[in-house]
Each structure stands twice: as structure tokens, then as C-alpha cells.
Design a protein around this ligand. Structure first.
Ligand code: BG6
Length: 470
């Protein structure tokens, strides 16, 4: 962390500042960056939403968020220093007058000139109005803008949103965030592949049988029905996080690790994706979802989705990628599994054993394991399943690590776009998703605390989901 650059002075405007994400991640994340000395030396953070709050009420809200969800001890002096940076201005998409005046006052206080970072933590339906209003109020000038996912809800809305963004901002000002790309283990997929001679030679259809990207969650939708009813598991998680992870797993070696080279390669993978086949998709809904607050009667919103994805290029032709995620499942995990083919020469009995696997646990900070077969000690030449595991804390000091949102907010503050997504990539993902969005299979009910509808097991048969472990 010693070498992390300190960003230029800037005013940060947090849209959706009283929402769920702000409470759980953004406010605690900004506090942690402040404590780590990674916020600009002079900086102001302005919370905004349609609610009417005083500065003091917003500070109280932020303090409760930091106490409940923060990752570090809240020392009173550190809090007082942070609270001094916070203020609040209500904003309605039609009228950004109060907000614009508050931003100008903050800029005058720190003497930064118009240097802004707008964080749009708002649902897709509110995005265009806010971006247009930012443009009208002159708040796009000298600004970077972080846009939360999902970026649109289908191809047409993503294109509309990109068009609106580009009317107010130049693409170089836009940071489309997908927080999975800020996770250490996701970036470690690249390190493992491209920094080691061991794995890359086997990273192709000759050696890999299939890939799984599996993110089961135990959480329900909680109080997020307003967001979730118009999104569902596929839009919330698959077309965003799971496809982004797939991009890292499947990309060709980039010419360098600079932002353009890396994002170009990711987008090339997305271009090679075959359009989704709705007959290879299982949609589910947990029992009890219809009784959640704010859910429409008879809602067909998916809280679970499992699907097969195919990549039509020389490296991956014929290798299925299985993606699965859902709410109220048996475990909360984030796991990517590379399952290798069995050796051509069958020297040992053991057809019943699982294939060799490389398992990325994308928890924070997570780890990587290799599952293989070894000789069972004893007189007989028998083989049994064995495991080699890497955990971050065994090899590195992890106390200074940044959590995904912290890392990405800091990247946007210093203008590093490497881990952000790009308009063309996102539009391509919606294009690939179109057959499914147009003809979604009906949702199948599943009991909470299970692994979703049984049809998800049939989808991968004769293979099996790596989770649950063992
Ligand atoms: C968010 C989704 O983007 O990611 C949530 O909107 C989901 O529904 C969350 O629970 C999962 O993120 P993480 O980092 O907790 O795995």
C-alpha cells in the first residue's frame, strides 16, 4: 500500500447515498480509504438522493454504516476527520440546483477547480435521467463518473444509456464498475495464467473438459425488491459479474497489462460467445419469494439461474462453461473451477474419481486449490483424491489489502481504467443474452436452503457441479 498513488484533490458526489450499496460498501469503503491515506489530500464527499436530509443526519447515517459494515476499528479521531469531509444535498433529476451549488462550494473550499467524481449507485431505470441532469447542470465538466451495474436491462436500454452517457461525458471520463473485477482472486486468475509456465500450456480445449463459474448465495433479496423485481438473478449477476469472470478465464494473453490491451482481449472473448440457447438455461425462484415485501403477485423474476455458455474460438470450441448463481441457496460461495480432461492413457483404475481441477475461491481474500489423484499409502498401488491449496494469508501479508469496492474507487480516483468494463463489451453481452431475454424458460420453484431446481444438475450431466465440496 506504501506505493499506491495518492489521488489528485477532488469532490466525490455519491448518488444513491442512502441506499443499500452505499450503506454496505461505499461509505465504509470511503472511510477505509481515508484511514489508509488513499483519499485525495483535499477532498469532499457529498451524499445525494431524493431524500431530504441535513448534513448531520447524513453523517449519522454514514457512521451507522461504517460501524455496522466497516472492516476496520473506528477510532474517534479518524471518524471526526472523515465526518468533516461529508455533506449532503438533495437532488431530484429535474432539479440539480442545490447539488450544483453544494459542489461549487466544496470546490471553493478545497481550491480544486472543477475536479469531480460522480458515483451513480442507482437502479438502471434512474440512470439516464441523472446523467442528462448532470450534463444540464454543468456537473459533467471536469468529472469522472462511476456507473454501477447492471448497465441497462437489455441491448436496447444499454445502447440508450451509452448514448446518453456519451452526450454528457467523453468515454475517457466513464468508469463502468463491476466489483467482481476488484476481487484479489479474480485478478489472480490473470497472474496464475500469465506469470507461470505451469498452467498456460494446458489452458485450452485439448486439456480442459469444462469450466464452472458458480456463485451461490444464502441471502434473500432482503429489502431490495424494488431493484430485484426489475432485474432478477440473470441481469443482476450473470450478464455482469459471472461473464466478467468468464472474460478473465477465457481471454487470450494480452499484449500487456495496460488497460486498453486487457479490455480489448476481454471484449474479443465476448465477441466469440455464442448467443445463449434458452433450452440450455434453468431459471428458478425460491419458495417464499412471492411473499417478500414489494414483490408483484405471480412474479416470474428469477432468483436462480444456471446456464451453459459456449465460446466459438480456436481455444475453447467444444468446452462448455457452466454458470450458476442464486439467492437463498445452501451455501454462500464464489468459486471458479477449471476441470481437466482425464489422461489419454488409462494406467490406473479410478474412472469413478473426479477429474483434476483447479479451483479458484473468489472469497475475499480467497485462495486457489488443485485437486488431483495421489497414491494411497500402503502396499497396494491404489490412488485416491488429494488436494494442494494456496491461501493468501499463508503466503502474503493481507492486512493492508483493499476490498473490491475500495480498490476500484481508488482506481477511478487515480484514473486507472484497467479493471472497468467498456461500452462495446457490455453491449455485446446484452446481444448474446437476447435469445434468453426474448424467450425465457418459466421459473421453477426451489425450497430455500437447497441447490436450486434439480434441472440444474441435469444441465451439467454427466458432469457434476463442483459445489457442494466433496
Ligand atoms: C451485487 C448484487 O452486485 O453482488 C447482489 O447486486 C449480490 O445481489 C452481490 O449479492 C454479491 O457480491 P459479493 O461481493 O458479496 O459476492
Amino acid at each position: 500500500m506504501k506505493h499506491a498513488p495518492v489521488p489528485d484533490d477532488r469532490v466525490i458526489v455519491l448518488f444513491g447515498s442512502t441506499g443499500d450499496l452505499a450503506r454496505r460498501k461505499l461509505l465504509p469503503g470511503l472511510f477505509r480509504l481515508a484511514v489508509a491515506g488513499l483519499l485525495p489530500r483535499s477532498c469532499r464527499i457529498i451524499g445525494t438522493s431524493r431524500k431530504s436530509l441535513s448534513n448531520e443526519e447524513f453523517r449519522t447515517f454514514a457512521r451507522a454504516a461504517v460501524d455496522e459494515f466497516g472492516r476496520c476499528e473506528v477510532a474517534e479521531e479518524a471518524w471526526r476527520n472523515f465526518a468533516r469531509l461529508l455533506s449532503y444535498a438533495p437532488s431530484d433529476a429535474g432539479d440539480f440546483g442545490v447539488l450544483a451549488a453544494t459542489v461549487e462550494r466544496a470546490e471553493a473550499e478545497i481550491g480544486s477547480g472543477p475536479r469531480r467524481l460522480h458515483y451513480l449507485s442507482v437502479p438502471p431505470a434512474a440512470m439516464v435521467r441523472i446523467i442528462e441532469a448532470l450534463g444540464r447542470a454543468g456537473l459533467a465538466e471536469g468529472a469522472r463518473v462511476i456507473v454501477e451495474k447492471p448497465f441497462g436491462t437489455d441491448l436496447a436500454s444499454a445502447r440508450r444509456l451509452n448514448a446518453a452517457v456519451h452526450l454528457a461525458f467523453d468515454e475517457s471520463q466513464v468508469f463502468r464498475i463491476d466489483h467482481f473485477l476488484g476481487k484479489e482472486t479474480v485478478q489472480n486468475i490473470l497472474a496464475l495464467r500469465f506469470a507461470n509456465g505451469l498452467f498456460e500450456p494446458a489452458w485450452n480445449r485439448d486439456h480442459i473438459d469444462h469450466v464452472q463459474i458458480d456463485v451461490p448465495e444464502t441471502l434473500s433479496i432482503g429489502s431490495r425488491a424494488g431493484f430485484y423485481e426489475s432485474t432478477g438473478a440473470f441481469r443482476d449477476m450473470v450478464v455482469t459479474h459471472l461473464f466478467q469472470v468468464l472474460g478473465f478465464v477465457a481471454m487470450e494473453p494480452p499484449a500487456s497489462l495496460d488497460a486498453k490491451a486487457l479490455v480489448d482481449e476481454k471484449v474479443r472473448v465476448f465477441r466469440s460467445l455464442e448467443p445463449l440457447d434458452p433450452t440450455r438455461v434453468v431459471r428458478g425462484q425460491y419458495e417464499g419469494y412471492l411473499a417478500e415485501d414489494g414483490v408483484a403477485p405471480g412474479s416470474q423474476t428469477d432468483t436462480f439461474v444456471a446456464l451453459e455458455v459456449r465460446i466459438d474460438n480456436a481455444r475453447w470450441a467444444g468446452v462448455p462453461f457452466y454458470l450458476r448463481t442464486g439467492k437463498r441457496l445452501a451455501e454462500g460461495r464464489r468459486v471458479t473451477t477449471i476441470a481437466f480432461k482425464k489422461p489419454r492413457l488409462r494406467m490406473f483404475d479410478g474412472d469413478g474419481f473426479c477429474p483434476n481441477k483447479l479451483v479458484f475461491d473468489l472469497a475475499d481474500p480467497g485462495g486457489i486449490a488443485v485437486e488431483f489423484l495421489a497414491k494411497v499409502p500402503g502396499a497396494a498401488m491404489a490412488i485416491g483424491p488429494a488436494r494442494m491449496a494456496f491461501a493468501y494469508e499463508d503466503s502474503f501479508c493481507t492486512s493492508n489489502r483493499l476490498e473490491a469496492y475500495e480498490r476500484l474507487i481508488h482506481d477511478a480516483l487515480i484514473g486507472d481504467r484497467t479493471l472497468f468494463t467498456r461500452a462495446d463489451g457490455i453491449e455485446r453481452l446484452w446481444e448474446v443474452a437476447t435469445p434468453l431475454l426474448e424467450s425465457p424458460p418459466p421459473v421453477q420453484a426451489y425450497p430455500a436452503g437447497t441447490w436450486g431446481p434439480g434441472a440444474a444438475d441435469d444441465l451439467v450431466a454427466p458432469r457434476r457441479w463442483h459445489l457442494p465440496d466433496g
